[in-house]
Design a protein around this ligand. Sequence first.
Ligand SMILES: Cc1cc2nc3c(=O)[nH]c(=O)nc-3n(C[C@H](O)[C@H](O)[C@H](O)COP(=O)(O)O)c2cc1C
Length: 313
Amino acid sequence: MKPKSIEIGSVITPNNVFLAPLAGYTDFAFRNICISYGAGLTFTEMVSANGLLYGSKATKDLLYTTDAEKIKAVQLFGSDPDIMREAVLSEPLAPFDVIDVNMGCPVPKIYSNGAGSALLEDLPRAEKILSAMAKTGRNITVKIRLGTVRGKSVAVQFAEMAEGAGVKLIAVHGRYRPDYYSGEADVKEIAAVKNAVHIPVIANGGIFCAEDADKMMRETGADGVMVARGALGRPFVFSEILGRDYEYDLVKTVKRHIALLKTRFDDKFIAVNFRKVIPNYLKGVKCGKELKLAFVKVNSTAEIESLLDRLEK
Ligand SMILES: Cc1cc2nc3c(=O)[nH]c(=O)nc-3n(C[C@H](O)[C@H](O)[C@H](O)COP(=O)(O)O)c2cc1C
């Protein structure tokens, strides 16, 4: 696809291939690696507005960014307009250039609290949240799904409301709540959103390679794409989509991911977290079942590194 910058209120991204927020995966270290492969914008994992106001250690960790993120974007979730506004104005969010709101999360714990995709069923409340946040003058964006009932898209109506509320960009995941992450994204519905609003529309869902991104751009007319699972273990996907030359070395990349995490987190925490991260990196790598199994039982980063050395032999 042909890269172009995207204007999000007062900021301009270097290109239109973004990394989606992925809870449990898009930590600052992974975001740094994706940026080095060209990602035009990255987001923190979703952060609870309530948790943020309580100032928990876990929330502080989620909000941690480095200078590699020249444009800093955070994703918030919540259901109360006053709390969401307060969160936008809070000190921990001061460094962020873009504040995105999650209005697509299908997970029962979030949905049953009236946040995430529940807001697709309550446009008046969603409108109150977005306009309260936008009135602060900050760059507010929103990420949605098509709706909560398969085939009953509210995306166009929602996007028009969001634009009216002062939102600067809308990312549309072209699936419904019951789909979770399966099936194909409905490109027609994303195209309908693009035709309905003047703010940038970013298409998301099922982009795993350059051809997928090209197809998504062609079929939706969107301003850009957002890659989620397609980036896990494959951060070079951004260079592929952008048509840039790149070098990729699995072992070096994993070691770099770990080294970055070590600047912030303790060793055991990193290792335990990496049990779920490493299978993405190892997908398609022929190294034997025994070695792959050993990776998901690690208790220290030294163990990961010695297993990586075995991978190299
Ligand atoms: C493990 C996992 C965690 C996710 N966490 C978030 C999140 O924190 N915020 C969000 O807006 N979407 C989240 N999503 C949804 C993705 O951002 C994206 O919309 C979805 O995976 C569809 O894109 P894909 O088909 O390219 O994976 C998550 C998805 C997965 C699989």
